[in-house]
Ligand binder design. Sequence first.
Ligand code: ZN
Length: 143
Amino acid sequence: MSPGALTMVADGLLELHGEQPRLIGTRCTACGSLYYPQALSCRNPGCREKTIQRAMLPTHGVLISYTVQRYQPPALFRIDDWKPYAIGLVDIGDGLEVMGMLSGFALDAIAIGSRVRLVVEPLYIDAARGPVLTYKFAPETET
Ligand SMILES: [Zn+2]
């Protein structure tokens, strides 16, 4: 997969490093606060310097909370083959928690504290653009 072949659900969410997706965040150059999605400036009230720079985020984290979406979200959110799915809150380190859909978990067997990894999967097929992708968090596979 080349980066040019990807159509993401929104711009600026991630990029591929080889086969590995990386979320694109921003980091304050003064206080080090991390933001995802990308922020325009630092929002730390104790920070006087507001300069931020692009930061590639860690690809693994720990599931710290989740909920199961049991009704189909209204328009603007688009998904093919809708069925209930889980949304997780993942601690990816450096004080940043990222929300995303979960993939590869049985909805009745999701465990807080699970190690997860970032994956990219199709959300829907657009007639003109082809597969439209989003990031998700899947169980980390031990090797
Ligand atoms: Zn700051």
